[in-house]
Write a protein that binds this ligand. Structure first.
Ligand SMILES: *Cc1c(COP(=O)(O)O)cnc(C)c1O
Length: 409
């Protein structure tokens, strides 16, 4: 998070002092740096400059309408996985011709929305889905552009819960089944195969799996002599959550992609989520209680796993930093936990940590992706606020949900 730094003892996001901000704003909340979003996007575009891809931001990584609008203004399209995300992307001003729709279980209602809004591509994940699209399109008197999402059977070498490109994963159609479906596709007059897509997983830190996937696609397109307009290479680019991890270097892959696109004369689409938004956000939380345990002390935060699921869901590491630094040390090991009645509602153990006390504030880092979008009302807790920072200006881009509304809904 390059826009995050300490000035003296105080944590700043862009030019906003978090400590000052806390005088008037209640925790917990998500807070994002707009300029970090801008620089992530422009770096991505720069990396793939030769290819000039359509960059469809994976809306599920952060589906705040305001954030979609920021990315849309920079030129991004959207990769959506539900009718709701599709409508949000449109509401954020993203043009239908920059929207692709993925997902294994799209409902009839969702497909009707996609067809009637004339989005760029519906990326089918099964023969049954393609047939249903054909039926719906026929009923509506339309011909619909589709892509087929393939399962290239490539190991993304990432956490098993975020791997999507192996034969054992539910995503995409196997190449074998795609080949046989292709033979009968002529029967379906209301769909047109314009694209192939792949997305092999998330938080991938080495380019090997991407290169392998590209070669699978290359061989397949050549073997079948397919003449397609788009190849959608998905997302999945990893970021460094800990100081030990290195962010993925995409320069070699970018060259291969550019050669691939030139030879096959196709337009490339990417669907990055995490790599555009992950390092832009903090979750700021108050230390509510400190409780002594037998082996470590529990630092009980006001943010819970319902606000931020990644540690509970994927064992994810997110560094927790103090809003105000000091040079004293805690006497024993500590564990940051939340208030939810689940043992998995915890955010990390530290053997040593600076001195912290009740009513101090901490920030959970790199929570921009799969943070707020994965949050829930579990334990009947309202969804928390989201704030966007640009230099010294702050804007509420989602108000905290009202408890009254939540109870009456
Ligand atoms: C989730 C998802 C993405 C984004 O993945 P990241 O790891 O956040 O880049 C892209 N495409 C599809 C189809 C997805 O489901």
């Amino acid at each position: 998070m390059q826009n995050l730094k300490y000035v003296g003892k105080n944590l700043f996001l862009e030019r906003v002092s978090i400590q000052n901000f806390l005088k008037k704003n209640k925790t917990p909340f998500y807070i994002y740096s707009e300029n970090q979003i801008v620089s992530n996007y422009s770096n991505f575009v720069k990396t793939f400059k030769k290819t000039n891809p359509l960059v469809c931001f994976a809306a599920k990584s952060n589906s705040n309408t305001h954030i979609l609008r920021v990315l849309g203004k920079l030129g991004a399209g959207a990769d959506v996985v539900s009718g709701g995300e599709l409508l949000k992307a449109l509401k954020a001003g993203i043009k239908p011709k920059k929207i692709v729709f993925s997902g294994v279980g799209k409902s009839e209602e969702e497909l009707k929305i996609a067809i009637s809004k004339k989005i760029l591509l519906i990326n089918c994940e099964s023969e049954s889905e393609a047939k249903l699209i054909n039926t719906l399109a026929k009923r509506l008197g339309k011909k619909v552009d589709i892509g087929f999402r393939l399962n290239p059977n490539v190991d993304a070498k990432t956490h098993k819960n975020i791997s999507t490109g192996k034969a054992d994963n539910k995503f995409g159609l196997s190449i074998k089944n795609f080949k046989s479906f292709l033979k009968e596709m002529d029967r379906f007059k209301n769909i047109k195969l314009e694209a192939l897509s792949v997305h092999i997983g998330s938080q991938i830190l080495h380019d090997g799996p991407f290169k392998k996937t590209l070669s699978v696609m290359n061989n397949l397109i050549k073997e079948l002599k397919l003449n397609i307009k788009y190849v959608d290479l998905g997302g999945g680019f990893g970021i460094n959550y800990s100081d030990k991890e290195k962010p993925i270097n995409l320069n070699v892959y970018a060259k291969l992609v550019s050669n691939f696109a030139r030879k096959l004369k196709c337009q490339i689409i990417f669907e990055p989520g995490r790599s555009l938004i992950g390092n832009t956000g903090l979750l700021v939380s108050k230390i509510h209680y400190i409780k002594r345990g037998l082996n470590k002390n529990f630092i009980i935060l006001d943010a819970g796993m319902n606000d931020f699921m990644r540690p509970a869901l994927y064992d994810a590491f997110h560094k927790i930093i103090p809003v105000t630094k000091n040079s004293s040390k805690m006497k024993s090991a500590i564990e940051f936990v939340g208030p939810i009645c689940e043992s998995t509602c915890k955010f990390g153990i530290y053997k040593t940590y600076q001195k912290i006390k009740e009513n101090d504030f901490v920030a959970i880092t790199n929570v921009g992706a799969y943070g707020s979008s994965l949050s829930s009302n579990y334990n009947t807790r309202p969804l928390i606020a989201e704030i966007l920072i640009n230099k010294n200006k702050s804007t509420y881009i989602r108000k905290k949900q009202s408890l009254k509304k939540l109870i009456n809904s």
